[in-house]
Design a protein around this ligand. Structure first.
Ligand code: SF4
Length: 352
C-alpha cells in the first residue's frame, strides 16, 4: 500500500487558494469568489457550503451539484489530564486514527501538537509512535483540520497561539503534506499564524532540512537525543544514514531568520545518554549556534526497557550546559496520565 494518500480533490479543505482560483476561472466566476471560499474554509472554519452566506446561491448550488463538500476530520475520544492537557483522538475518513494534543501555557493560551503521519517509519527506540510503523502520510487538509476541530475543545475564551509539528510522524518525511498545511496555516487569508509561532520538528532528515529552510521561515526543532554516533545509531536508526557531524553541518547552514533560535530536543534516557560526559559533548556540538536546548526526561511506556533518569541526574546535566552559557530548559512533563506526553502518542491496543 502506498503511504501517499490520494488527495480528495472535491473536499474543499484539500484545495489551496490557487486551486480554487483555477477552478473558478474555469467556471467563469470572478477571482474574488475563490478567496471568499478559502476564507470560509480556513479562517471561519465553515462546515458546509450552505453556511457560506456571502456566496450567491447559484454558486453554492453548483459547488454541491459538482460534488464539493467541506469534509472535516472527526474528533473521537477526548482525554483530559489533571494538568488540563487535552488529547484528542482524530478519526480520518479511511478509518485511520491520529492524535493531537492541546497543552496549556497559562493565560488561556495553548500550544497544539500536530500529527503529520499515521504512525511513523523512523523507529526511534524511545518513542511509542515508532513502534506502530508507518501506515500513511496525512494530507494537508487533515493536518490543518486538527487545528480547526480543536477549537471546539478549548476552554471558553482560550486560544491556540503556538503550533508544533511534534505529534505522530516525522514531519519532514511527509514534506509535501506539511508544506501544503503550512501554506494554509500561515496565510493571513487562511488561519493567519505567524511563522514565528510555528515549529517543525525533525529527527534529522538532512536533505529535507535544507529544503525546508529554502521553502518556509518556520522555527526548526531537532530531536537529537545523543551526543555521539554510537548511542544515536542505537536509539535512532536515522543516524546511520545521516550521522551527527552531517546533521550539525546542515543545522549550522539552516537560514534561521534574525533573532530566532533553533530548538534542540534531548530526551534523557537513564544510563544511556544522560552522563556528565554526554552533557559536555552536547555543549561542544552546539557551540556558537543560536540554539535553545530542551531536556525531556523520558516518558515511560511499556516495552523498550529504558528508565526515566533520576531528578538529580537531570539537574546535573542541566547545570553543565548552563555553565557553558547555553539556554537550557527542562520540559515540564504534561499529559503523562493520559499518554499525551512527548513520545507517547498512538492508539493503544484495547484489552481483549
Ligand atoms: S520520535 Fe518522531 S521521528 Fe522518531 S519514531 Fe517517534 S514520531 Fe517518529
Amino acid at each position: 500500500m502506498s503511504v501517499r494518500p490520494e488527495i480528495p480533490r472535491k473536499n474543499l479543505t484539500e484545495l489551496g487558494l490557487a486551486d480554487l482560483q483555477a477552478l473558478f476561472a474555469e467556471w467563469g466566476e470572478p477571482k474574488f469568489r475563490a478567496k471568499q471560499v478559502y476564507q470560509w474554509v480556513f479562517q471561519k472554519g465553515a462546515r458546509s457550503i450552505d453556511g457560506m452566506t456571502n456566496l450567491p446561491k447559484a454558486l453554492r448550488q453548483r459547488l454541491s451539484d459538482e460534488g464539493y463538500s467541506v469534509g472535516r476530520v472527526r474528533v473521537g475520544r477526548v482525554a483530559e489530564s489533571i494538568d488540563s492537557t487535552r488529547k484528542l483522538a482524530i478519526k480520518l475518513d479511511d478509518g485511520a486514527a491520529v492524535e493531537t494534543v492541546l497543552i496549556p501555557m497559562g493565560d488561556g493560551k495553548f500550544s497544539q501538537c500536530l500529527s503529520s503521519q499515521v504512525g511513523c517509519a523512523l523507529d526511534c527506540q524511545f518513542c511509542y509512535t515508532g513502534t506502530l510503523g508507518l501506515s500513511r502520510h496525512l494530507t494537508p487538509g487533515e493536518i490543518v483540520d486538527q487545528v480547526l476541530v480543536a477549537r471546539d475543545h478549548l476552554p471558553e475564551g482560550a486560544r491556540v497561539t503556538h503550533l508544533v509539528y511534534m505529534g505522530m510522524g516525522e514531519p519532514l518525511h511527509n514534506f509535501d503534506g506539511v508544506i501544503g498545511s503550512l501554506e494554509r496555516i500561515c496565510d493571513p487569508e487562511g488561519l493567519g499564524y505567524s511563522h514565528r509561532k510555528v515549529t517543525v520538528s525533525t529527527s534529522g532528515l538532512v536533505p529535507q532540512i535544507e529544503k525546508l529552510g529554502q521553502t518556509v521561515p518556520v522555527n526548526l526543532a531537532l530531536s537529537l537525543n545523543a551526543s555521539n554516533d554510537e548511542v544515536r545509531d542505537r536509539i535512532m536508526p536515522v543516524n546511520k544514514r545521516w550521522p551527527i557531524a552531517t546533521l550539525m553541518k546542515a543545522l549550522r547552514a539552516y537560514p534561521l531568520p534574525p533573532r530566532r533560535k533553533m530548538t534542540v530536543e534531548y530526551v534523557l534516557l537513564g544510563g544511556v545518554n544522560d552522563s556528565d560526559a554526554d552533557a559536555r559533548r552536547l555543549a561542544e556540538l552546539v557551540r556558537g549556534m543560536p540554539v535553545r536546548i530542551n531536556l525531556i526526561p523520558w516518558n515511560p511506556f511499556q516495552g523498550p526497557g529504558f528508565d526515566r533518569p533520576a531528578d538529580d541526574r537531570v539537574q546535573s546535566f542541566h547545570q553543565i550546559l548552563d555553565r557553558q552559557g547555553l539556554t537550557v530548559t527542562v520540559r515540564v512533563t504534561k499529559g503523562l496520565d493520559i499518554d499525551a506526553a512527548c513520545g507517547q502518542l498512538g492508539e493503544r491496543p484495547t484489552a481483549a
